[in-house]
Ligand binder design. Structure first.
Ligand SMILES: C[S@@+](CC[C@H](N)C(=O)[O-])C[C@H]1O[C@@H](n2cnc3c(N)ncnc32)[C@H](O)[C@@H]1O
Length: 246
């Protein structure tokens, strides 16, 4: 049975409760620092989606503040990681260089930048420009050049294609950037083993926790926002059938 620890707090504060050198894998999807950029783009995105991430309030920092917050995060992550542990950080393609520079500063070894391609993206302004259907993921190991890599002899490419999050995974509420479970499961199964400890310090609606539990990993999840935290808790505790989730 998986051990699960969930914190409704700022991740830097919550991670102080985690012992040194115990985490095998971090899979996380922090704010991309695109909120202000998108708001200034004169698109009608915020009108089209009432839960647009730029309006949600957690992705509207100035670049320097966001960079400092990511620096603080990697410092805390380095303390809790096992030597030879792995980390996947989802990120906007235009911010990948910053993420690599900061993670390397704290002892992470940069391995790969890959792409997640959404096969059914929102066709926003499709007659005006190329529809955005990709996000990046950045793969690191900690203090070693290789870590767990369960490929079973198969070749894994540096891109993955899935649909956007299906409605069946949104029964406990809406999160504007919820990742599909199949996407996260791909990384959890390749980069960790059953009974390992998986951490997601920006867990949002809890997708990494749902996958960790279903694949017999232990999980520590942190989310700052109370509503998203409650959503994550319901999903991870598999209480989707409660009235709130119907
Ligand atoms: C991109 S979303 C993650 C979505 C998640 N992958 C999912 O599948 O639902 C980032 C989340 O980080 C949370 N967050 C932002 N700053 C935080 C902080 N300092 N500590 C913990 N959580 C934070 C936001 O509230 C948001 O839910």
């Amino acid at each position: 049975m998986s051990k699960i620890e969930l914190y409704n707090n700022d991740c830097i504060e919550a991670m102080k409760k985690i012992d040194d050198d115990i985490i095998d894998l971090i899979v996380t999807d922090p704010p991309y620092n695109l909120g202000n950029f998108m708001k200034n783009r004169d698109t009608n995105l915020s009108k089209m989606r009432d839960n647009f991430f730029g309006s949600a309030g957690w992705d509207d920092m100035e670049f320097a503040d966001w960079e400092q917050s990511m620096d603080d995060f990697f410092k805390s992550a380095a303390r809790v990681m096992k030597k030879g542990g792995s980390m996947i950080v989802f990120m906007a393609i235009i911010k990948v260089e910053t993420i690599i520079r900061l993670a390397e500063k704290h002892g992470f070894y940069y391995k790969t930048t890959g792409i997640w391609h959404k096969t059914n993206p929102m066709p926003r302004n499709m007659n005006l420009h190329f529809v955005n259907s990709t996000e990046a993921w950045v793969y690191f190991t900690y203090k070693k050049r290789t870590g767990t890599f369960n490929n079973g002899g198969a070749m894994f490419h540096d891109f993955i294609e899935t649909s956007v999050t299906p409605n069946g995974e949104r029964k406990c509420g809406k999160h504007p950037t919820q990742k599909p479970e199949s996407l996260i499961q791909h990384f959890v199964e390749i980069l960790s083993n059953p009974n390992d400890w998986v951490l997601d310090p920006f867990m949002g609606s809890g997708t990494t926790g749902v996958v960790a539990k279903h694949t017999d990993r232990n999980f520590i999840g942190v989310e700052l926002d109370k509503n998203y935290f409650e959503m994550a808790k319901l999903r991870i505790e598999e209480r989707q059938n409660e009235t709130k989730c119907d």
